[in-house]
Ligand binder design. Structure first.
Ligand SMILES: NC(=O)c1ccc[n+]([C@@H]2O[C@H](COP(=O)([O-])OP(=O)(O)OC[C@H]3O[C@@H](n4cnc5c(N)ncnc54)[C@H](OP(=O)(O)O)[C@@H]3O)[C@@H](O)[C@H]2O)c1
Length: 381
């Protein structure tokens, strides 16, 4: 009896080991096939019949992989809008997409980037619409989100676009979508109320400059955290108080906040909790902008996801993380804010389409002042 049991256990163990081994071999084979099947249109070496200029990347790497090339002009399907792009703006996402990281490869293509176009934010003129599109017609001036906006033309679904307010330039409208939505939706996660004290960490990048202004428009008292060279900039967009992070650590101050809107995540949850009011909320928007190294970002993501999130379920001070959602009503809110003069996009510099690689390099350095915008038209050639 005592001999049978260990034998049975050994047999079970053997079967489990075999099953794990088979699963590992299968996973390896699937991964191997998926890796070698992963390709993109750069492998089809045919010249486009109806060409347009665009920024494309066939391989992962530094901004040097970006090429200004002729590609096929997109054709909208029944549900899509074709936009003649007049301006596009850059986001940390664009820098991340071209970087060679295992994490990025899982999302954007194992061996090569699946989608060779770059850019998400767009503003331009409707050129044509699919037969199911009811809200737009050729000639309408629009802004919103689409894939591959660093091009003369791009297509997207009508849900991703809204009419551009007439007193807003294409450059201003193009700077709004992703960064503006991230700021607006993040401040909502913080359940921000008029009169509350809000601290924005990383206040001078694309998201931060919108977060400061939107929080002010919602009646908050805003403290902006930035480096010395940006103190005047955050004051000019309405920050009530400024903390220069090169001289002072906001988590060591005696001030308390109702909401911390954090674009950087360079402090532990216990450090941030120290400066939160008893029922305060820390909203994590990002990991430190386009300049952050992948390993460092992963460390911050893990720390925030597993430690901060876990700890916050035992405390009254809450920790919130979110993914920016495409929302037409929110794009309209942003358009209204800018039209009413409550939000003024901060544009550090505009670039020609052919100079987009230089702009990506600049954003990747991690110290953008507001948004970098690409203007597109005849002059982009
Ligand atoms: N949750 C989402 O779904 C979502 C969506 C979009 C973006 N994001 C994330 O949001 C984050 C911010 O994006 P972004 O477009 O604003 O990036 P960005 O334009 O590259 O801005 C980075 C800013 O961070 C500031 N900064 C760097 N180190 C800092 C520090 N130690 N303390 C305070 N500020 C510091 C820089 O200011 P200085 O030059 O003064 O150092 C710079 O202005 C990124 O991590 C991005 O991935 C998240």
């Amino acid at each position: 009896m005592s001999l049978v049991r260990p034998m049975k256990r050994r047999r079970i163990l053997k079967w489990i080991t075999r099953a794990i081994l088979v699963l590992l071999i299968l996973a390896f084979l699937v991964g191997f096939v998926a890796y070698w099947r992963s390709t993109n249109e750069c492998d089809l070496k045919t010249a486009p019949t109806n060409p347009m200029k665009a920024i494309v990347y066939c391989e992962y790497g530094s901004p040097d992989v970006l090429k200004f090339e002729d590609v096929a002009k997109p054709v909208p399907n029944d549900d899509q809008v074709l936009i003649k792009v007049r301006a596009a703006s850059l986001n940390a996402l664009d820098v991340f997409m071209i970087r060679d990281t295992w994490f990025g490869r899982l999302f954007f293509g194992l061996r090569k980037p699946r989608d060779t176009g770059l850019g998400r934010d767009v503003a331009g003129q409707v050129e044509a619409v699919g037969k199911n599109v009811t809200q737009f017609k050729p000639g309408d001036e629009v802004f919103g989100i689409c894939r591959g906006s660093l091009a003369e033309y791009a297509v997207t679904i009508e849900r991703a676009l809204v009419i551009k307010p007439p007193n807003v330039s294409f450059e201003q409208a193009a700077s709004l979508p992703l960064a503006g939505l991230t700021a607006l939706q993040g401040l909502r996660e913080g359940k921000i109320q008029p009169g509350q004290k809000v601290l924005v960490n990383g206040a001078t990048g694309g998201v931060g400059t919108f977060a400061v202004q939107i929080a002010k428009s919602l009646g908050a008292e805003v403290t902006a955290v930035c480096s010395t060279r940006n103190v005047d900039l955050v004051r000019s967009i309405g920050a009530d108080h400024v903390i220069d992070y090169t001289k002072e650590d906001f988590t060591k101050s005696d001030q308390r906040y109702d909401v911390i809107f954090d674009n950087v995540a360079n402090h532990s949850f216990s450090e941030r909790r120290r400066v939160l009011n008893p029922k305060g909320i820390c909203v994590l928007a990002g990991m430190g902008g386009a300049g952050i190294k992948t390993g460092e970002a992963m460390g911050r993501i893990a720390g925030n996801l597993f430690i901060a999130r876990g700890l916050s379920s035992f405390t009254n001070q809450k920790f919130a993380q979110y993914m920016t959602k495409l929302s037409k009503p929110d794009l309209i809110v942003l358009g209204d804010l800018i039209q009413a003069g409550k939000v003024r996009p901060v544009i550090e510099r505009t670039y020609k389409l052919s100079d987009a690689p230089e702009a990506i390099r600049q954003l990747g350095a991690g110290h953008a002042r507001g948004k970098l915008v690409i203007t597109i038209g005849e002059e982009s050639r």
